[in-house]
Unconditional design. Structure first.
Length: 477
């Protein structure tokens, strides 16, 4: 039995490594830092509160909470988590939690609470919720009123919904409590949350989405700690093209990550339709099956610091937000003109161009790859390490004071002098017979470079690249 269990763990671990290796890096986009928000359901609702309060300098725009409770409600106790913070079988000490929040802020464990003063908050509690009962959400409203003006808080609790994320066109019946915990209650909760946080929005997209879903590598930000190897992000087309956008972090609930319900929470909660027409990037971090019930850590199953900025899951999500928002805005500089080539040698070419007013420097690209290692201050660059007798194409981009690049110039091509290298793939016996190599005591060596090629037989196959009249190296053209 132990061997079987070990094998199962090993197979699952290997599968995780493969998924992480295949996943794309998290995109770096241009995000308005004042327009970052968060929302979540159930454990994701508690996590949304934690992120909003602990990283209030990042999420100061606001938060949406569905079936969650006050910050640090469980106080590190699973008994409190399942008792007062879900069933509300005993009272939640809201005033004590407010004091803890203020003390932690004063100690630097979380951001200053003053950041919350201008936040917008949207709270939703299903009237039939039997998992996180409405009195818990009532206490969350009371908690928030200690930091957020009452006029900035919307609390909706009049829909007969069970424990689920509510939509107007997808999911189970409104009174059902079952996977995928998405219920069709004829109410667009995603739109209500985003409208409260961002104000008036453009109408949502009812047709085919124009953006792209990206499965990204989460191991770049955290390994283990109940986090999956990959997460999801929806990027509207305008955001991918460099338009400054907003960012909303969406947190699933327990038993609701992609391993549990596939991509239903990522694709069918209604967020992306609003994102598509309002330039909002949707980030969907994911827990793993190693997390307790696939929940986010809001009671301490992974770390005693779970609600602080130093909590592993907290720090990981914050790092993901920072990565998404690390893109460089496109430059307003025009593309360089007058690009041309000259001074060709066997291995180099000079590229020159006209100066661009306001440019801090320039980057030169040979094909798609940047050719210069550091920013070029002048208006010419000598590209080296080229192959003889080969035609290349270069473009130049102007760079402004903050490091943003202009559009590329028109391409300029040039051909190096000398003869292009030729390659021959053959057996070592044939290479020797043709004069590309020689043999000594049954071993083969490339002529000119004297590189060892292996046995002098018809079975040993090598590729030789000619770099001179009688000079060959092992390699490809």
């Amino acid at each position: 039995m132990r061997t079987s269990g070990w094998r199962s763990w090993f197979v699952a671990a290997c599968a995780g490594f493969v998924l992480a290796a295949q996943a794309a890096p998290l995109p770096q986009l241009v995000i308005d830092p004042a327009e970052t928000t968060v929302s979540g359901l159930s454990s994701g609702g508690y996590m949304a509160v934690q992120l909003h309060v602990a990283f209030s300098s990042t999420f100061k725009k606001g938060a949406g909470v569905v079936a969650g409770g006050p910050f640090f409600c469980a106080e590190g106790s699973v008994m409190h988590a399942t008792g007062r913070c879900m069933a509300h079988n005993t009272s939640i000490p809201v005033s004590s939690l407010v004091t803890t929040t203020n003390n932690w802020a004063a100690s630097g464990y979380i951001d200053p609470v003053s950041n919350l003063a201008n936040s917008k908050v949207y709270l939703f509690s299903g009237a039939l919720d039997s998992a996180v009962t409405p009195p818990v959400m009532n206490d969350l409203r009371t908690y928030y009123q200690s930091f957020v003006p009452s006029g900035n808080i919307v609390y909706k609790s009049d829909i007969a919904a069970e424990h689920a994320f509510v939509t107007d066109d997808y999911g189970s019946g409104c009174s059902i409590k079952a996977p995928p915990y998405i219920n069709d209650c004829n109410f667009d909760l995603a739109g209500a949350i985003l409208s409260q946080l961002y104000g008036a929005l453009n109408p949502r997209n009812y047709g085919t989405l124009g953006g792209s879903f990206v499965e990204y590598d989460q191991t770049a930000f955290v390994s283990g700690h109940g986090m999956a190897t990959t997460g999801w992000v929806y990027v509207p087309q305008a955001c991918a093209a460099g338009t400054p956008c907003r960012l909303h972090v969406v947190l699933h609930g327990c038993k609701q990550n992609s391993a549990d319900v596939g991509q239903q929470y990522v694709r069918n909660t209604g967020y992306n339709r609003w994102a598509d027409t309002n330039s909002i990037v949707m980030l969907y971090p994911q827990t793993s099956l190693a997390a307790t019930n696939s929940c986010w850590d809001w009671w301490g199953y992974d770390s005693l610091n779970y609600a602080k900025k130093s909590g592993p899951q907290m720090a990981a999500v914050k790092a993901m937000v920072d990565r998404v928002a690390s893109g460089t805005p496109p430059s307003t500089l025009p593309a360089p003109s007058g690009v041309g080539t000259s001074g060709a040698t066997n291995t180099s070419m000079v590229i020159a161009w006209s100066a661009v007013n306001g440019a801090a420097g320039y980057n030169v690209y040979r094909g798609a790859a940047q050719a210069n290692g550091s920013l070029i201050g002048g208006t010419s660059f000598t590209d080296t390490g080229l192959s003889p007798g080969t035609t290349y194409s270069w473009t130049v981009k102007a760079v402004d004071a903050i490091g943003s690049e202009s559009p590329p110039s028109a391409p300029a091509s040039g051909t190096t002098t000398g003869s292009a290298a030729t390659c021959t793939t053959s057996s070592n016996y044939a290479h020797v017979s043709a004069g590309r190599a020689y043999q000594t005591w049954g071993y083969t060596y490339a002529k000119g470079s004297n590189q060892y090629m292996g046995l002098w037989t018809t079975f040993t196959i090598k590729t030789l690249k000619q770099t001179g009249p009688t000079h060959y190296v092992i390699g490809t053209c």
